[in-house]
Design a protein around this ligand. Sequence first.
Ligand SMILES: Nc1nc2c(ncn2[C@@H]2O[C@H](COP(=O)(O)O[C@H]3[C@@H](O)[C@H](n4cnc5c(=O)[nH]c(N)nc54)O[C@@H]3COP(=O)(O)O)[C@@H](O)[C@H]2O)c(=O)[nH]1
Length: 771
Amino acid sequence: MKDPRGNLRQRLRSPGGIVLLYLLFAAAWIAGSDSAIRFLFRDPDQLARIGTTKGMLFVGITSGLLFLLLSAWHASLVRAKQASDLYRERLERVLKGTNDGWWEWNLASGQIYFSPRCWELLGRSTAVHITGAETAAGDASVWREILHPEDLMQAERRIEALLTGQDSGATIEIRLRHQDGHYIPVLSRLMVQRDAGGQAVLVSGANMDMSEQKRNEERLRQSAAVFETTREGIVVLDAERRILMVNQAFTNITGYSEREVIGLSPSIMRSSRHDDDFYKGIWATVQREGHWRGEVWHRRKSGEIYPELLGISAVTNSDGALTNYVGVIADLSQLKASETRLEFMSQHDPLTSLPNRALLMSHMEHGMRLAQRESGTMALLMLDLDRFKDINDSFSHDAGDELLQQVAKCLSARMRDMDTVARLGGDEFGIVLPKLAHAEDAAIVANGILRALKQPWTLADGTEVRVGISIGISIFPDHGTSTQQLLQHADAALYQAKQEGRGGFRYFSQGMTQAARERIRLEARLHRAIEQNELRVYYQPVVDIAGGGIVGAEALVRWQHPEEGLIPPARFIPVAESTGLIDAIGEWVLRETCRQGRQWMDAGLPALTLAVNMSPRQFRHRDIGATVAEVTAQTGFPATRLELELTESALMEPDAAELLQRLRATGVRLAIDDFGTGYSSLAYLQRFPLDVLKIDKGFVDAIPHGADRGAIATSIVGMGHSLGFKVLAEGVEKPEQLAFLHSLGCDMYQGYLKSPPLPPAEFERLLSPDR
Ligand SMILES: Nc1nc2c(ncn2[C@@H]2O[C@H](COP(=O)(O)O[C@H]3[C@@H](O)[C@H](n4cnc5c(=O)[nH]c(N)nc54)O[C@@H]3COP(=O)(O)O)[C@@H](O)[C@H]2O)c(=O)[nH]1
């Protein structure tokens, strides 16, 4: 509601109102004074004088009053202008300080004033002011020109609401077009000024450039989105390395929720794979360089240890003071698993999971290096399933695949851990046998494979199939010194094996094939030799050089083969050693010798020391002390009459000294056989509880006219005696050798000079010619 009196008061207070009031007052005063004078003086001259004076007085007073009034008015205008300027300057300073642009829209005049900053915001020249003079009153074309079309309606609606409503202010977000065409986000704070009647007379506003804030908001929004949606786990620590916050991916990877870890040290995730020094090193790098990155094995909440790629960065504030650490973790377990899988696939056959040709060749390289280092040998076996194609054709390819898988399993199960079974493609397999003692051992393996794969194979659908196998063998270094050569030669041998009628093996060289086959035949028969009582012990007398009498005998095994006759030990002992049969043979010889010795004792023959050979394998694998104790107790042959002959290599076994002490404790005598052929020195022998040194036949052969003229035998006898051993010379064939040994003071001898090894009955006759 309008107040008419208030309106009138306001008008009268204005300069125009004051002048009007003055004129009314002057007119009343003139009219009033004129009537009073006429009433008092009635004389016309006097009246004329008074009139002139009054006119002058009126003009003077009126001029003075007018002057005073105009001066006061002017002063008030100047003051108002100064106040207005001061106010505007102050306002502009404030706006400048806030960096906001200011505008003012006089609704009555339609003029809009824009502060220079308003235009600066938009990249426009500050000299260009669009004012009401250039824009018609109420014409919004200036807005329309710079306002984003999509914001126009909203802005108009808000201003309209502001003008008609009771609110005195509002804020709106709009976009204004920059000089170069892009839009700038602006926050405009609007204020409405109303007259006494509440009529809106002025709308003013401050425009704030929101570009930076929007950019920051966008950055924050993006950071938050990255933080929450990234697959990498993020953990934020405070300067004391306590966990402040983690993201969802961290929880997914570690299993720890944010609630569970806040305030804790990240060391809760440590695994035993790294020690304290490792972590100290990480933090030292972060302190020094501001960041660290590397692979770490950490522990999930479930206890599972997993690999992760960890990056740690130190965060500093604007003063450079450390405020936080940020850790980013990427779970590598999947990656590692697929890397491992890929690596496996690149080196293995997908059907059988066996190594492929590339891996086989790499294992061959390794096997060759081992063989070179240990002066040993390595074999490559190449296997081929005979008529495998028929199985594929007659049944199905699935059946063929299944058979290959079964064969692969069977082959792998038969091999030592150090061997490699590979599928080379199709029905072809390769096997690397490193660290073989003899080239012929490969044939034993090949023979075992042939026997094993002869079985009928039952497929998943119940079908029974049989396959033949052929095997080609090449030996390093005999048949080649490179993988290529060995593969080619094993392949050529395989071809030969097939030519010879399938189902067999063949070496690349014919001689080796023969030897290996014989060895295999021997092995097969040797298994039955003990059971069928085909082994014999022969005795070679040991003669006391000074006295000339037989003081003992060396027990030497022979094999009485039903077809081949007497087989010397040199032919079957190596086979027995490589197949493990030597354990059984050795024990049989020991038992038989002790039984025979007891029998001779009971028969009243002279007291003899009987020597039994002990292979290094027996020494290594069996509790030989227990066996000796059991055999001597069972046969009744005194352990003190039993001598065990060991080779120098047996002394190289770990714990040899301890083992010999235990043996010695049973009462047996210990002798070193073939002394001088190994690497042990006499000084080395000193640490073992030995009784007898047997000089190898090779040194005896050199007596007395050989290359060294018996020098080695001479020194062995001398040093052996100085160390407290008895010395026995082997292989004495000539009287002059005996004479020389006698002159050296050698204690005993064996040899054809006295007698070759003899069957027990003949040995008895040698002992007691009269019997
Ligand atoms: N682990 C076992 N090894 C044994 C056993 N029985 C024998 N062997 C070892 O076999 C190798 C060959 O033995 P053998 O063919 O019996 O030869 C022995 C003698 O016959 C031979 N000898 C003896 N005197 C002479 C000779 O004057 N001239 C000559 N040319 N040969 C001769 O020497 C062999 C005895 O050797 P050694 O054992 O070194 O004393 C042989 O290495 C036996 O060790 C057994 O049961 N277990």
